[in-house]
Design a protein around this ligand. Structure first.
Ligand code: A2P
Length: 258
């Protein structure tokens, strides 16, 4: 407990998006530096004062004063069944080092950047679409979010709305951001898994943009199955997976809390 005490941060906001999805903000220690798209270990103490820590992508861009996280409530999950009850003023643990592969440094220069997500996998992209460097490096950014039902899209829709309305963010986005939402289990404007929408070219037709070309770059974040299927599509198109020390054409990370 004493070793961890310097790692406690105060909760400053909690928002509930659906019965099972919520976001929250905590204070950002001055010493904490991170790159947009990275994740960090956060958590709470259990009844024996032992820390329960899980990896969470930071939804806030690197310039943010506070840190936002987006979480699903896992049934009987040791952390989220406690975390779901947090309120403003409570304290949570945040470890001091962030890491991750969904960072701009892990991609080779390109023209368009596709950020493909499902479920809570939208979190790292909430940071990257509000990061100035993203728009300096790419001519267009296309962010997609697919969920089972419409109500699960509300967090990503609200972040994208903020990108369009916030004076500062709007200025550096400069009309370079396109967004696409789809659902797979109810009726919505767009329906279907992202893998099918790409393979059938429907995504590109709906957005009125050209289909995949060699100077496109990709990041994806979702379930293991989604990541594997998207990776297969990427490899078939002769794209190579990148890493921090060896940039490539695509990078992926599993959405942690599921
Ligand atoms: P589906 O409803 O057809 O399973 P989950 O909550 O299970 O992680 O799913 C989030 C979204 O990701 C759902 O819309 C789901 O579609 C979709 N999905 C699940 N598995 C895959 C996959 N292998 N490839 C593409 N999309 C997937």
């Amino acid at each position: 407990m004493s070793k961890l005490s310097k790692n406690f941060q105060k909760v400053t906001q909690v928002k509930r998006w659906t019965e099972n999805l919520f976001s929250f903000r905590i204070t950002r220690p001055q010493s904490f530096k991170f790159r947009s798209g990275e994740f960090v270990m956060i958590g709470l103490l259990d009844s024996d004062d032992k820390p329960i820590l899980r990896a969470y992508s930071i939804c806030s861009p690197s310039w943010s004063e506070e840190l936002e996280f987006y979480s699903i409530i896992v049934k009987d999950g040791p952390l989220t069944s406690k975390l779901k009850n947090i309120k403003i003023g409570d304290e949570i643990i945040m470890m001091p080092k962030s890491t991750g592969t969904l960072v701009l440094d892990a991609l080779k220069p390109g023209k368009r950047l596709f950020l493909l997500s499902s479920g809570t996998g939208f979190a790292p992209f909430a940071a990257l679409i509000r990061e100035t460097e993203t728009y300096e490096k790419f001519e267009n950014i296309i962010v997609t979010h697919t969920c089972r039902v419409m109500s699960e899209l509300s967090y990503s829709q609200s972040i994208i709305q903020e990108c369009k309305n916030d004076k500062l963010v709007k200025e550096f986005i400069n009309n370079k951001l396109l967004s696409y939402h789809s659902t797979t289990r109810d009726d919505y404007i767009f329906n279907g898994r992202i893998t099918e929408l790409i393979s059938s070219n429907k995504l590109f037709r709906d957005l009125k943009i050209s289909s995949i070309s060699s100077d496109d770059r990709f990041m994806f974040c979702g379930s293991m199955a989604l990541n594997n299927d998207l990776k297969k599509i990427m490899l078939e198109k002769n794209f190579r997976e990148g890493a921090n020390n060896n940039p490539g054409e695509f990078v992926l990370e599993k959405a942690f809390v599921d």
